[in-house]
Design a protein around this ligand. Structure first.
Ligand code: AMP
Ligand code: MG
Length: 397
């Protein structure tokens, strides 16, 4: 059994040099893609000295009794007249202010009389956003490997970048192993269970922007597993298996992986759940053999598979651990593994129990906000002690 961090380091090392090829897409179609190259601003933002208010731009110097209004400038229009002492230009929010403008006095403080304007008072604030205040042309906007969400897409477009190079989306095959699995409740004879890992992994992949090319089920036999692996690896960059990696008499995945030319880098982790998690690769393929129990599948997908996906895009994916006070005394009999225990956060941020029967208990996760961590070697944790916490709201982000 190897510790979690050693396993993560092995994934980093094996995949650090692998890269997906690039392709060019319209920025607005880039949701959930990863950019292939650093992106630098093509514009100054704002691109001109911009009014933050509807009001009157006035020049520097002492306040005048009244100002002569030269012109009205709407957003999108270029001012034509330079401000001189005693003159003002009416400007709208988002409009360029004219040459010579020192500040914009908001319209609420102004009284207009024909071609003249007077002000109740002239505040200190300039209400002008100067050219390049947010970002200068050439500044780094996003680094290579960044995953594009709505904010990233809008930011790229705002700095004039409407096309971007992105990594080809990794193709994923999912293979659920187990003679006990069925996909329809009509087939549930005693001893059979519903295959929930297939749909779990498929939707986790889809939510992460991966392309699922196959989602198959395979019986517990060496020949069937070898055939299924061969078919999946022919189409996919990443293969995710569930089940069949333990030490049971019908766990054929490790043997089958070797038969199809995959090198196994680890197959036993000092983690609970997740102990039999297996990581293998060959020249251009990456394989994760996840345990059969669904809570382990859910957790290991976020800890390991998403890390691999980021690495293939030349980036890193670090899950974010926080700490919180434990709301109860915790103890366990066997302390040899790092445990992830489903839990809730109460209103004060303390970590509280949820009813949890072990890693087959997928339904327990509905009550959970995340997992708290019990370090390897620790058999007791006391109420009030600060422990590590991994939020699962928003997919562990
Ligand atoms: P295994 O490692 O294959 O022995 O699987 C461990 C446990 O996970 C067993 O109780 C399996 O029935 C269960 N399991 C395996 N695959 C799935 C699946 N696709 N959906 C739900 N449970 C599963
Ligand atoms: Mg099995």
């Amino acid at each position: 059994m190897i510790p979690r961090d050693e396993a993560l380091a092995i994934v980093d090392e094996k995949l650090g040099a692998m890269r997906m090829p690039h392709e060019q897409v319209k920025t607005q179609s880039g949701l959930m893609r990863r950019i292939a190259k650093d992106q630098h601003s093509r514009l100054d933002i704002p691109p001109f000295n911009r009014s933050a208010m509807d009001g009157f731009a006035i020049p520097a110097g002492d306040a005048c009794e009244r100002y002569r209004v030269l012109e009205t400038v709407a957003a999108g229009i270029t001012p034509t007249k330079t401000l001189l002492p005693g003159t003002a230009t009416k400007v709208m929010t988002g409009a360029a202010v004219p040459e010579g403008a020192a500040r914009v006095v908001m319209v609420e403080l102004a009284e207009e009389n024909g071609a003249e304007v007077t002000f109740e008072r002239i505040p200190e604030t300039t209400n002008i956003c100067p050219t390049g205040e947010d970002m200068a042309r050439g500044d780094l906007v996003l680094e290579a490997g960044t995953l594009l969400g709505p904010l990233e897409i809008a930011s790229l477009v705002s700095v004039g970048i409407t096309e971007i190079p992105v990594m080809r989306t990794p193709r994923v095959a999912i293979l659920s192993t187990g003679d006990e699995l069925v996909d329809s409740p009509d087939l549930l004879v005693p001893g059979k269970i519903m295959n929930s890992n297939g749909p779990l992994l498929r939707s986790l992949c889809q939510r992460s922007g991966l392309e699922v090319v196959r989602c198959d089920r395979v019986a517990d036999s060496l020949e069937a597993t070898v055939d299924a692996l061969t078919a999946c690896l022919a189409e996919a960059d990443i293969l995710i298996l569930s089940g069949g990696v333990s030490v049971g008499e019908f766990d054929f995945v490790p043997q089958a992986l070797e038969r199809v030319g995959q090198t196994i880098h680890f197959d036993r982790l000092a983690m609970q759940p997740g102990k039999p998690t297996t990581f293998a690769s060959s020249q251009e393929k990456t394989v994760f053999g996840l345990p059969g129990n669904p809570v382990a599948v859910y957790l290991m997908f976020h800890l390991f598979v998403l890390r691999a996906v980021a690495l293939l895009a030349g980036s890193r994916h670090e899950v974010c651990y926080r700490t919180g006070p434990l709301g109860f005394d915790y103890s366990r009999k066997i302390a040899g593994r790092l445990a992830y225990v489903p839990c809730q956060l109460d209103r004060d941020g303390a970590i509280q129990r949820v009813n949890y029967h072990g890693s087959a208990h997928l339904l327990a996760l509905h009550q959970a906000d995340g997992f708290f961590l019990v370090p390897q070697g620790a058999s007791k944790l006391s109420q009030g002690e600060r422990v590590e916490f991994l939020s699962m709201r928003g997919g562990f982000e």
